[in-house]
Design a protein around this ligand. Structure first.
Ligand SMILES: Oc1ccccc1-c1ccno1
Length: 246
């Protein structure tokens, strides 16, 4: 997969050089290219924003630099990318959307600052390629770079071979299938006792059926406590079916 990010803060994307995404890049599983939007400005102040038509607070990102940048990035490659526009007014970024985007060969992220990007940019590229406006949650940030880090990590970990053999995303919270509407339950590791606190006996029993049932019950319990909005959709039968398959 190729990922391009166009931003006025390239240094904000430094975390894409470390950890899971950094290792995937080093292994050649991910081709990440970060571009400074100001390279496509031509005035001495490298201007990328201006006041909004119709008045109102803040500044809007000008269409010209974005148009030149996206033309340069998109025309550099065969095929069409999916352009992902982080915005508080976008569709929710979910595990399901992460799975869908992880199956695309090329994504171009356009994190904006200020009050957003001139709407004509979204319309121009929406006429040419698949453009997705995506929100990572119901809160407002200063810009879209942090949402890009979140989405790239969620997508990259789904790419074949990126997670080690010992790890699997099938059992993630929200993973399509039995966990689609469930939160993961509590996890434990050695030592068997820590500050007088032990391990649930069932996890030491070696009885896989009982362990699986306990994990299901804990998943439902946690979901009911923390995400009652999901519990309505969770299906114990689907969870049990997954148990039988594993
Ligand atoms: O709050 C934002 C500002 C700019 C770009 C994106 C966002 C955002 C907030 C939530 N998801 O995306």
């Amino acid at each position: 997969m190729r990922l391009d990010v166009v931003t006025i803060f390239p240094e904000y994307l430094e975390p894409l050089n470390v950890s899971l995404v950094g290792k995937a890049r080093a292994r050649g599983q991910l081709d990440v290219r970060v571009h400074d939007l100001r390279e496509w400005t031509h005035d001495k102040h490298n201007t990328v924003d201006d006041t909004p038509y119709g008045g109102g607070p803040g500044m809007v990102m000008k269409p010209e630099p974005w148009g030149e940048a996206l033309d340069a990035v998109i025309d550099s490659q065969e095929g069409d990318p999916v352009i992902v526009v982080p915005t508080p007014s976008g569709k929710p970024f979910t595990q399901q959307l992460a799975v869908e985007l992880s199956e695309k060969p090329w994504l171009v992220f356009t994190p904006a600052r200020y009050e957003g990007i001139d709407r004509r940019v979204i319309e121009e590229y929406g006429d040419r390629v698949d453009v997705r406006e995506v929100s990572i949650g119901d809160y407002v940030l200063a810009g879209g770079e942090a949402p890009v880090l979140v989405m790239v990590e969620a997508i990259a970990r789904l790419l074949p071979g990126v997670l080690g053999n010992s790890a699997s995303h099938q059992d993630d919270s929200f993973a399509p299938g039995a966990m689609a509407d469930l939160l993961e339950g509590p996890v434990y590791t050695k030592p068997p006792e820590w500050r007088g606190r032990g391990i649930p006996e069932v996890l030491l029993s070696g009885h896989h059926g009982k362990i699986a049932r306990w994990r299901r019950d804990e998943a439902f319990r946690r979901t009911d406590r923390n995400r009652p909005d999901l519990i309505e959709r969770a299906d114990p039968a689907a969870f049990d079916k997954k148990d039988r398959e594993t």
